[in-house]
Unconditional design. Structure first.
Lengths: 323, 321
């Protein structure tokens, strides 16, 4: 299958000026998204989900740098691109939407202005560009008058739809959605998810969806990649995850979901907290919180193994790919 | 918008009344008045002093005096100066022109230099360009304007590059209009530059910090994620938001044109409002002080109004209300 996004062994480090040292935040992230395929990156805050997305857009903060790996977007490695090439790719090959649409829209420009300026096709006339803006606005379920509105005149859900319009105006192959529903209330969030489904079909989009809520995506995306401490610990078919989580972390994540409990029953949590990147535990980073911890987990990092067609990083399922 | 401005203009009236009333009372609360010093003079008889007090209305209760003063204000009569024995309006007219020329010159120059430098430094944050500029700004903020003025007077007197003191040269009489203008400008340069040097540092830092703050805003990430050029990211998305607080500051700056330059005026012997106001306050020249305060108050309120209108003009969130 043709791959729209292929991330290989991506390592990203944070530079700390105080100690003149570097801390690795992403420790070899690997996943790929095919054409019209959708993948959700799931994990707790601080596991490196957003950082992965920012790397794909070539938007790493200045104190972060890529140490190793390849990020192939439509076949071209964005890590090898010049700034100018990156600007040409952004918006055109991949669009991105964010967590809080209210702060990600510039308050002093109209929605139309912000969509209009995103159009990259220089062969279009002003009139054609404006028509394109209005077409996209209609695609996200608006009428033309939203073009002239300022962000503060729109509700949270409307703002997020404007963001989607901005991301889709150049007809990109990939849409990156970084927790797009977290700041919205439940019904609005459901509306956004429905809209994304429709747009994926209409635009032939591939989707990289970032969330901490595994239940939100399990019946909506094709694949789920669970991240923990800068690594992907499990990549599975979304439909299988809920019933058959392999990695102990995934299992725990699902066990925490409130909808799995009857009223009055106490909801379980994962004991302990996400480890500090500057001070990761030895061996498997999850071992201090893991109920199945073995001697080997404390000593060495588990390799990726394949079990029932699922890629998982855990010694529970053997020592190497062959087993 | 028009209703808003009208409303604000109406608000001026109680504001100005309150301000002038309070300052009038406070000035009069100081022991004695202008004529008290005259009593020390054995050549002036107590009867004369009493007569003068009566002519100027100083023998009546303070509140009554205030309303007499107010009545005259509505007739555009600012009263007579005790020490100069000429109408205050005539006295101020001469000096106000010089002070306005000096203040506006230095404000214009300060903004013209500080704003672009602030933006440049914010873009180059952490690099050597910014470090040098910020170091210079630090020095500029540490040195008070009057000290810079003193150093410049000293420098100008030694090298004779710039004329020192006054507004005109000896050959001013008989010069053509253009030559007169250039001569005036030459004299303006020294106090004007002193004020500018003193003002750049603070304004530079404000602009730089505003710009940096906006650069960290999420919508800048959106702009970059769209693949916009740095020119658009900086000068469309960042500048439009970073300039808002500067407009408020511009309003305040307008309100200080009258008194902001006072110390520098006195040191460089620039015949402006500074010396006039200082002398007036020291000698309790009541109506002269009141007139200066009134002009200052009007400038403050008008400056703020201009700032508010400009803000509404650039920020759609304010425009609605």
């Amino acid at each position: 299958m043709e791959k729209v996004l292929d991330v290989r062994e991506l390592k990203v480090a944070l530079r700390r000026d105080v100690h003149r040292s570097e801390t690795e935040i992403l420790k070899g992230v690997e996943f790929s998204i095919g054409k019209k395929e959708s993948l959700a990156l799931v994990g707790e805050s601080g596991s490196g989900k957003t950082l992965t997305a920012m790397t794909v857009m070539g938007l790493l903060p200045e104190n972060m740098s890529v140490k190793k790996g390849e990020v192939l977007l439509c076949g071209r490695d964005i890590l090898k691109m010049s700034q100018q090439e990156l600007r040409d790719v952004r918006g055109v090959k991949a669009g991105m939407i964010f967590q809080e649409p209210s702060s990600y829209l510039n308050p002093v420009f109209t929605a139309g202005n912000q969509i209009f300026e995103a159009i990259k096709d220089t062969s279009l006339s002003v009139k054609e560009k404006k028509k394109r803006c209005i077409d996209v606005l209609k695609d996200v379920g608006f009428t033309e008058d939203i073009y002239y509105r300022y962000p503060h005149q729109l509700s949270g859900g409307q703002q997020q739809r404007v963001m989607i319009a901005i991301a889709l105006v150049n007809n990109p192959s990939l849409l990156i959605a970084d927790e797009p529903t977290t700041a919205l209330d439940v019904t609005t969030a459901a509306g956004i998810i429905e809209l994304l489904k429709i747009l994926m079909e209409r635009y032939g989009l591939s989707l990289l969806f970032i969330t901490h809520d595994i239940s939100l995506v399990s019946n909506f995306v094709d694949k789920i990649a669970v991240m923990y401490a800068g690594r992907i610990v499990e990549i599975t078919d979304a439909k299988m995850t809920m019933d058959m989580p392999l990695h102990p972390y995934t299992e725990k994540l699902i066990a925490c979901l409130p909808e799995r409990y009857n009223s009055g029953e106490k909801i379980k949590t994962i004991e302990g907290s996400v480890p500090d990147f500057h001070n990761l535990p030895s061996g498997c980073p999850f071992h201090p919180r893991c109920p199945y911890v073995m001697e080997i987990c404390r000593k060495s990092e588990p390799p990726v193994v394949k079990k029932y067609g699922i890629l998982v990083r855990c010694f529970k399922y053997g020592m190497s790919m062959e087993t | 918008m028009r209703r808003y401005i009208l409303f604000r203009l109406l608000q001026f009236i109680p504001l100005l009344l309150g301000m002038t009333f309070v300052s009038f009372i406070i000035i009069q609360m100081a022991p004695g008045d202008y004529f008290t010093q005259m009593q020390m003079n054995p050549d002036v008889s107590p009867q004369t002093i009493e007569n003068m007090r009566r002519t100027f209305g100083l023998d009546r209760p303070v509140v009554i005096q205030y309303f007499f003063w107010l009545k005259n204000i509505f007739r555009f009569d600012l009263g007579v100066s005790f020490s100069y024995h000429i109408p205050v309006s005539f006295l101020i007219k001469q000096k106000l022109k010089n002070t306005l020329a000096l203040s506006l010159f230095s404000i214009f120059l300060t903004w013209l230099i500080a704003i672009p430098l602030g933006i440049f430094a914010a873009i180059k944050q952490g690099r050597w360009h910014e470090k040098i500029l910020s170091f210079l700004a630090y020095i500029g903020i540490s040195l008070p304007a009057f000290l810079i003025a003193m150093l410049m007077v000293f420098f100008a007197a030694r090298t004779a590059i710039l004329p020192v003191g006054g507004t005109t040269s000896v050959f001013y009489i008989g010069a053509t209009g253009w030559e007169k203008f250039l001569d005036y400008l030459g004299h303006l340069l020294l106090p004007g530059l002193a004020l500018t040097f003193a003002g750049i540092g603070g304004l530079y830092r404000l602009m730089k910090n505003n710009f940096l703050e906006v650069l960290g805003a999420p919508y800048i990430i959106t702009a970059r994620a769209k693949g916009l050029s740095p020119v658009k990211v900086y000068f469309k998305h960042t500048l439009r938001n970073a300039i808002n607080p500067m407009i408020t500051i511009f309003g305040y700056t307008l309100s200080s044109v009258l008194s902001g330059a006072a110390l520098v005026e006195i040191i460089t012997n620039w015949p402006g409002m500074g010396r006039l106001m200082l002398d007036a306050v020291l000698s309790q020249d009541l109506y002269l002080v009141m007139a200066s305060l009134l002009i200052g108050g009007v400038l403050l309120i008008v400056g703020n109004l201009i700032a508010d209108v400009l803000i509404a003009f650039v920020d759609p969130r304010v425009r609605l209300r």
